[in-house]
Design a protein around this ligand. Structure first.
Ligand code: S3P
Length: 437
């Protein structure tokens, strides 16, 4: 039973945001728990999984491969005969909007003894896939991409051999894709990154009985390993928490608490950058849950100042730049981000799209080939904003609506990609968001 889809949100200027919330489960961790659980022989569970459209695409994909996945309240149960028992899918696997689903599956399916095909929505069919298909080909994979770059992809499963791959980009999708292919391959597969991308795969695979060797920026796996089942507990998604964190920082008089937020250092760049900008964020109750660092966060309104964000700081905040750019609009002085060219190949071109939407609401921005300069502080004007089908664009502009001089509207549909219940959760904090616009 899907709730009726809402086409636009109308966000009204907000009074202080107050209260305690828990954001939905982490998207990256949920994808991995589903994939590794499906690869394992036996019954695995995923507690606190993210029931978003992206994760549903991963669940649907493994059902097509013959894995039984059931949901009960906040927990997924995965029953599988293991990755060697996957059956060839009888239909094209639709990855929807999800880059993680498509790239991780491409790696895993390359080593299967059957043919499979992957596709996705308009946005995903424009995103680069050679970054994974290229190294997979050197493992012996036969992946045919549309125009040599895009989905749809046809994968003729092959016996693979391990490789030693130095990735030109810090990308957890490339890294995980190759490690999954490596598990099905002969010999050792080693991936080395220019800087460390999110390391959820390296943290979670050992819980499923996989031996990995980590050495600085390299990680290696031996082929032919079977996975044993595991029970994964998913923390709240820091990439979703970023929206209430910035909203409470920007709206005067706010004080909110976010419980159970994933605080993995390879993901928590947003907290460091915002703190450097002057945000008042306190981590309490720091602990480890399911192999991942977790904390509760108390966020109080604070005036921000512009900062320089260096290329080395980009990977740990890669998904948070739309909302960081929004925060920078209210900061005193320039915020300059460089070395972030990867933003151009996300769910939208997040540099061009944010430059355009920020300009629409009266913010002074300068687009760079690999980043953005936001010159604050601005008086944000209410406007009808576009999201280019990108969930994080929609939510970033919605947060700016809370500090605009009049109401702001934005496309609502993309938000279900990663943050079901976004508007309702903000309403519990005191924001005024109408569904419809
Ligand atoms: C993800 C990795 C990142 C990130 C994406 C999720 C993952 O992509 O932007 O939202 O779960 O591995 P890249 O690997 O392309 O950097």
């Amino acid at each position: 039973m899907n709730a009726r889809k809402v086409k636009r949100l109308t966000i009204h200027p907000s009074g202080p945001l107050t209260g305690t919330i828990t954001v939905p489960g982490d998207k990256s961790i949920t994808h991995r728990a589903i994939i590794f659980g499906a690869m394992a022989t036996g019954t695995s569970t995923v507690e606190g999984y993210l029931p978003s459209e992206d994760c549903r695409a991963t669940i649907a994909a493994f059902r097509r491969l013959g894995v039984e996945i059931t949901t009960h309240r906040r927990t997924l149960t995965i029953r599988s005969a293991g990755w060697r028992a996957f059956s060839g899918p009888d239909q094209v696997i639709d990855c929807g909007n999800s880059g993680t689903t498509s790239r991780l599956l491409m790696g895993l399916l390359s080593g299967m003894p059957f043919r499979s095909s992957l596709t996705g929505d308009d946005s995903l069919r424009r995103r680069p896939m050679r970054r994974v298909a290229g190294p997979l080909a050197t493992m012996g994979a036969d992946v045919r991409l549309n125009q040599g770059e895009y989905l749809p992809a046809v994968i003729e499963g092959q016996p693979l051999k391990g490789i030693d791959y130095a990735s030109p980009v810090a990308s957890a999708q490339i890294k995980t894709c190759l490690l999954l292919a490596g598990i099905t391959a002969r010999g050792t597969t080693r991936v080395t990154e220019p800087s460390l991308s999110r390391d959820h795969t390296e943290r979670m695979l050992p819980a499923f009985g996989v031996e990995l060797t980590r050495d600085g920026l390299s990680v290696a796996v031996e082929g032919g390993q079977s996975l044993t089942p595991a029970d994964v507990v998913v923390p709240g998604d820091i990439s979703s928490a970023a929206f209430p964190i910035v909203a409470a920082t920007l709206v005067p008089g706010s004080e909110i608490t976010l419980t159970n937020v994933g605080a993995n250092p390879t993901r928590a760049g947003i907290l460091e950058i915002l703190t450097r900008m002057g945000a008042n964020i306190t981590r309490v109750n720091e602990r480890e849950a399911g192999g991942e660092p977790v904390a509760d966060l108390i966020v109080r309104h604070a005036p921000l100042k512009g900062v320089e964000i260096e290329p080395e700081q980009v990977p740990a905040a890669i998904d948070e730049f739309p909302i960081l750019f929004a925060a920078a609009a209210l900061a005193e002085g320039d915020t300059r981000v460089t070395g972030a060219g990867e933003l151009r190949v996300k769910e939208s071109d997040r540099i061009a799209a944010m430059a355009r939407e920020l300009a629409r609401v009266g913010v002074n921005v300068e687009e760079l080939p690999d980043g953005l300069v936001v010159r604050g502080p601005s008086i944000v004007k209410g406007a009808a904003c576009e999201a280019y089908g990108d969930h994080r664009l929609a939510m970033s502009m919605a947060v700016l609506g809370m500090v605009a001089d009049s109401h702001l509207t934005v496309e609502a549909d993309p938000i279900a990609t990663s943050f079901p219940g976004f508007a309702d959760l903000f309403s519990t904090l005191g924001a005024t968001i109408e569904k419809g616009g």
